[in-house]
Write a protein that binds this ligand. Sequence first.
Ligand code: SF4
Length: 441
Amino acid sequence: MTDLNGLIVFVETFGCQMNESDSERIAGLLVAAGARLTDRPEDSQVTIVNTCAVRGKSEEKLFSYLGRLRSLKKKTGLRIVLAGCVAQLHRDRILDRNPEVDFILGPDNYHLLPELLERRLGRPRVFTAWSKDWREDERRLSLRRSPVSAFVTVMEGCDNFCAYCIVPFTRGREKFRPLRTVLDEVRILAGQGYKEIQFLGQNVNSYRDPDTGAVFPDLLRAADEIDGLEWIRFITSHPKNFGPELAEAMARSRHVCRQIHLPLQSGSSAVLERMKRSYSREEYLEKTRVLRSLLPGICLSTDIIVGFPGETESEFSETLGALDEIRFANIFSFRYSPRPHTSAAKLKDDVPFGVKRRRLMDVQQAQKAIQTRIHEGFIGRTIRVLCQGKSKKDGRVFSGRSEGYQVVNFRSEADVIGRFVQVRITSCGPYSLRGELAESP
Ligand code: SF4
């Protein structure tokens, strides 16, 4: 039995919800093995940096963060563990250039951490093997940051090899969690008072239960029956795996939110083909029509990449046109940057940086105007909000999310964190709604 005997650990997270969820898992594993958590690297004996490699920019941030830890290590002697996708991808570079890093752990190796830290092993220090099988054992230990909303991972990895994406090289091929253990975890969370769960996976709607072959709509239907749970969300869906059965399962459910993140990436069919996305602009538009007819009022969000190799002005203007036509509630937009091992990295990165920057600004300005108009439509309406926490600036201002995942800020004298409240929307900006409680909590 591993005993970390009060070892003080800090966990830093770079990246998406999947990384946040992995950090909760790492923290849970270590605390179960006797470690204590701190919220500052300065106070830690071990700092674990859980990393994301999807964009070049997040990697740059990470390497500058490692520079800060190097100085800290000289003063305090802390040990540094680099975990996650950058560890998997750049292990050789890190071994050469970052001697301050004690251990390098790819995403399939977190379960080794307690033993590594207990035994203070010097060598080997790199663990990046992939397993084809789902590892279940330590997931129930996750130390969740939110007392309200919980991530539940249902699959990992990706088989799609989109031309620009590094995920299949950092997370490996798809593997699926057994349905019965997913549902057991959801039941436990509902019993603990969690109001919302978010099913996670790189390609969540390709889910297939390894025991029974049940598919993602089956999972949603089963989770929908669990008592105590109010809202169910899922991220990220691939449009090619999004069919009418999933839309119908959403429409018939009582608890699946009328909200979906469905990455479009480009509004041009020619660019989508070069990106190897397996759907055209028209097919994507048709999916949004089906969703809106079955789920009126559903909020759609998406990812957009600008400046993919060969993207012409006219192809880019198709992306602006798609934003206008679909009217997403939110988008995450990025400049293309080549990632190692991907097929797009072999293409000439021929859209000049200045053009990419201008296209990104155009996309963001267009979306800002769309969101402002959507938010203005909420003014005067009363909506249900799940309160997630308080504003950092004003202790009487609370913040929550609507069913459509909009941020809603409102004042309350009573503490309403973790509760559903009715909020009358009084004003808005492009990125959030503001309102007042429509009833006393
Ligand atoms: S579907 Fe494409 S973009 Fe999404 S994780 Fe897989 S390879 Fe990456």
